[in-house]
Design a protein. Structure first.
Length: 204
């Protein structure tokens, strides 16, 4: 098990031992929050080269971090609608697969970095929140070919996703998210990476 997956359990334990009277005395959290998530899986949509023995089209070492600002909550259908705006950064772990080039499909190892701005609309009922996200991102993909050489390419495009959160207390929440991020590894190979992540956020 990866060590980062212990984060939610640690947060649950922290919330359980926090003195209730101290939490009640604290002022209500403000509109600013920050969070980070460990991407336990990212599907790249790439194809292996015929006969490639070490091909793995998904990466298991990914992540994202974000800081956001929430606007006024709006009552809606027994819950509240929560509009927010976020700055988000992504890191994509190494994936070994085939990459399209001008000379055909070539085996290599690819990864990416990215940053974006997105709007988030959440619907909160009790401690649970369901949310949808839409924005734009700028990513940089890189591939190192197994036979030698490398390529690097930048890409701007839409990012979007959905997620669910559970509030441990007024400040801490756990998150399970899906994000789709555009990536271009070279002049010929572009794709959309589907990242599934688990993490936590803190509202200041």
């Amino acid at each position: 098990m990866f060590p980062k997956l212990h984060l939610p359990a640690a947060l649950l334990a922290l919330a359980a031992i926090a003195p209730l009277h101290a939490a009640a005395a604290e002022p209500a959290p403000g509109p600013v929050y920050a969070g980070a998530s460990y991407g336990f899986r990212a599907n790249t949509g790439l194809d292996c080269v015929s006969g490639q023995s070490d091909c793995d089209k998904s990466s298991k070492r990914n992540g994202k971090a974000y800081v956001g600002y929430s606007f006024n909550a709006l009552p809606f259908q027994g819950g509240v609608a929560l509009p927010s705006v976020e700055l988000v950064g992504y890191t994509g772990g190494e994936v070994t697969s085939g990459f399209d080039t001008g000379a055909g499909k070539v085996a290599g190892r690819g990864k990416f970095l990215g940053a974006g701005l997105q709007g988030v609309l959440g619907y909160q009922f009790d401690a649970f929140t369901l949310s949808g996200r839409l924005g734009v991102a700028y990513t940089q993909g890189k591939v190192d070919y197994l036979g030698g050489g490398s390529d690097k390419q930048n890409k701007a495009g839409l990012i979007y996703g959905i997620g669910t959160a559970y509030a441990l207390n007024p400040n801490w929440s756990l998150h399970l998210d899906w994000d789709r991020v555009p990536v271009k590894y070279n002049g010929s190979q572009q794709t959309k990476v589907d990242m599934f992540s688990l993490g936590a956020s803190y509202r200041f």
